[in-house]
Design a protein around this ligand. Structure first.
Ligand SMILES: C[S@@+](CC[C@H](N)C(=O)[O-])C[C@H]1O[C@@H](n2cnc3c(N)ncnc32)[C@H](O)[C@@H]1O
Length: 211
């Protein structure tokens, strides 16, 4: 069944409570920041949550105009608190299960641990929609929760996260293998597609819109 628990307050707050403790994520975020253009003027963050990734992008590029998209009321509330005093950041309330709205064009589209909450067919559509939102030469940088290659590796990932045997996987997850996702990016016209960083089930998938 296509479950998505992110609008639920308890679910969203439980994630935010452990977000800083996700092992190695800052390494992936650092590499994501490295692939951004030198002076991006507009950046879109898909599934922004409380705006963690967009805030990192704006720390690296204070002049950037940020557009963020999410559909979870508790997340949107935290996002609005974080950027309360910032003029050039816009939050668009939108469900990623539906086609992306007309948002103008971007130098970079970023995302962190969000798109894996959509089914694979929708992931592929999102990749194509992202490509069309990018300016020529623009980059899509997706720090993502991906599928392990085997059930044993998945268990090892859960152990590394400190999850107990009785903990269950987040039913909102629809994890896809790295290789499949890289191929889907190529199929919709991204170039120089690669996984530039990976730790177990956390991976940075990138591709550029050709000039
Ligand atoms: C694990 S959190 C990550 C939040 C943030 N990007 C970060 O890295 O901290 C997943 C985010 O994706 C959002 N999300 C999940 N499914 C979504 C959907 N169908 N439409 C819009 N946002 C969605 C959730 O509301 C949540 O904010």
């Amino acid at each position: 069944m296509d479950v998505n628990q992110w609008p639920d307050v308890e679910h969203a707050l439980a994630y935010l409570a452990i977000a800083d403790a996700v092992p190695h994520r800052t390494e992936g975020e650092e590499v994501l920041l490295e692939v951004l253009p030198d002076a991006p003027s507009r950046v879109l963050d898909l599934g922004t949550g409380d705006g963690r990734l967009l805030a990192l992008v704006r720390t690296a590029h204070p002049e950037v105009e940020g557009v963020a998209l999410d559909f979870s009321p508790p997340m949107i509330e935290r996002f609005r608190e974080r950027f309360a005093d910032v003029d050039d950041v816009t939050l668009v309330e939108h469900d990623l299960d539906n086609p992306l709205p007309a948002l103008g064009s971007f130098d970079a589209v970023v995302s962190s641990f969000a798109i894996h909450h959509t089914v694979d067919a929708r992931k592929r559509e999102i990749f194509a929609e992202v490509r069309s939102l990018l300016r020529p030469g623009g980059v899509f940088a997706n720090l993502e929760h991906v599928a392990s290659a085997t059930p044993w590796l998945h268990e090892q990932f859960r152990v590394a996260l400190g999850e107990g045997r009785d903990d269950r996987d987040d039913p909102s997850n629809k994890l896809a293998p790295v290789e499949d996702q890289l191929e889907w990016l190529r199929q919709v016209g991204f170039i120089d597609v690669d996984c530039l960083w990976k730790w177990r089930e956390l991976a940075l998938l990138v591709g550029w819109r050709p000039n």
